[in-house]
Design a protein around this ligand. Structure first.
Ligand code: NDP
Ligand code: GDR
Length: 370
């Protein structure tokens, strides 16, 4: 029988990949998008259908995780078999600037969904997925981090997500709901938001290679992350909701890499070899070797440190143990880090080559106000 899914955060990176996956599996997909003064559906526009067409498979509803009555109404209307709660103020550094809002959307948002399911009498019908995070581990207690590793959140974002994690466990135990946490480690893609570190790097590398930018300003280069591809990780989300019993799972690759190494790998994709010199805030990334077609020059300083990007409390080391997901869900990532970096740099090169082509031909690259 055809299933119906409701996705919060459908306009985000994971929302886009998950929507594509569920539509391919024959689901009817409903998504909650926020009202914005600009279009915010770029990532899913290729999947969107005119609501006047027959057999519409993807429907968007206006809503917000901070609005309980809105969530109740949408869940009542959609009667979903599965809810994927991916909506969140998801930027760790920004959560230090907007802690109360982050607590409301990222913490209480999940409570509102669970309560809506309960109040509407859907506890036996609707399965709920919570987008939990490796940020819960925070200050290192144990490596690699697994389902039983104690949490020690290090940001308002992680503390809000801690509430959402435990309220999910509590509703499962208290009301017998099929509610699960996917504790996902960092996952990236060409659709990654531009201010997360990987995308910031791949965009900058593409621009520098094309002569459209001189330098990249970075924060903590020593931080280590377990990076995977979002496409693999949304497959895990779906599998988590298809089991006989609801459980929580770590989703990770099991390999960790520094931010500094990610930068090196991204430059290598455009044939540029860089080396890091100096220490602390004086550290610089300098070009050593350049391929034929690059606008970069040997000796050029391409990376330097801007303490603005340091966080008040940092998560230094994340490395996940995906053994449980591998054995119980049969989940195995298709991408490794080199393949991810290659895809991201190639996508950003294409993006900025197009922009450069227009500029070189004398066209102004317009935004919608010009
Ligand atoms: P994005 O930042 O790309 O997407 C977040 C989505 O949430 C967007 O659609 C955004 O809408 C929406 N949103 C933000 N605030 C609200 C709100 N108040 N009400 C409703 N929707 C809201 O995140 P990702 O796709 O990368 O991540 C998806 C989820 O997984 C998030 O919850 C994140 O915290 C979590 N996570 C992500 C990991 C990663 O590495 N990507 C790892 C572990 C967990 P808009 O487009 O309007 O801004
Ligand atoms: P993170 O991702 O905080 O792990 O949260 P992000 O890419 O923002 O940072 C990763 C690491 O890189 C360091 N860093 C920088 N980060 C950014 N954004 N910009 C910089 O210039 C920079 N320089 C160094 C950071 O300090 C950090 O150590 C992401 C989000 O998707 C969360 O929603 C999710 O829960 C976790 O991943 C798992």
């Amino acid at each position: 029988m055809k299933k119906t899914a409701l996705i919060t955060g459908i306009t985000g990176q994971d929302g886009a990949y998950l929507t594509e996956l569920l539509l391919k599996k024959g689901y009817e997909v409903h998504g909650i998008k926020r009202r914005s003064s600009l279009f915010n559906t770029d990532r899913i526009d290729h999947l969107y259908q005119d609501p006047h067409e027959a057999q519409v498979k993807l429907t968007l509803h206006y809503g917000d995780l901070t609005d309980a009555t809105n969530l109740i109404r949408i869940i009542q209307q959609v009667q979903p078999d599965e809810i994927y709660n991916l909506g969140a103020m998801s930027h760790v550094q920004v959560s230090f600037e907007t802690p109360e809002y982050t607590a409301n959307a990222d913490g209480l948002g999940m409570l509102r969904i669970l309560e809506a399911v309960r109040l509407l009498g859907l506890t036996q019908k609707t399965r709920v997925y919570q987008a939990s995070t490796s940020e819960l581990y925070g200050l290192v207690q144990e490596v690699p981090q697994k389902e039983t590793t104690p949490f020690y959140p290090r940001s308002p974002y992680a503390v809000a997500k801690l509430y959402a994690y435990w309220i999910t466990v509590n509703y499962r135990e208290a009301y017998g709901m099929y509610a699960c946490n996917g504790i996902l480690f960092n996952h990236e893609s060409p659709l990654r938001g531009e201010t997360f570190v990987t995308r910031k790097i791949t965009r900058a590398v593409a621009k520098m290679h094309l002569g459209m930018l001189d330098k990249l300003f970075m924060g903590n280069l020593d931080a280590k992350r377990d990076w995977g591809h979002a496409k693999d990780y949304v497959e895990a989300m779906w599998r988590i909701l298809q089991q006989d019993a609801p459980e929580d799972y770590v989703i990770a690759t099991g390999i960790t890499t520094t931010v500094r190494e990610f930068i090196r790998m991204a430059f290598a994709e455009v044939g540029v070899i860089i080396e890091f010199e100096g220490e602390g805030v004086q550290e610089k990334g300098v070009v050593k070797n350049v391929g034929e077609k690059s606008a970069l020059k040997p000796g050029q300083e391409v990376v330097c440190i801007d303490p603005r990007y340091f966080r008040p409390t940092e998560v230094e080391l994340l490395i996940g143990d995906p053994t449980k997901a591998q054995s119980k869900l049969g989940w195995k990532p298709q991408y490794d880090l080199p393949a991810l970096v290659k895809e991201m740099v190639a996508a950003d090169l294409e993006l900025f080559q197009r922009e450069k082509l227009l500029k070189d031909a004398g066209y102004k690259v317009l935004n919608q106000f010009e």
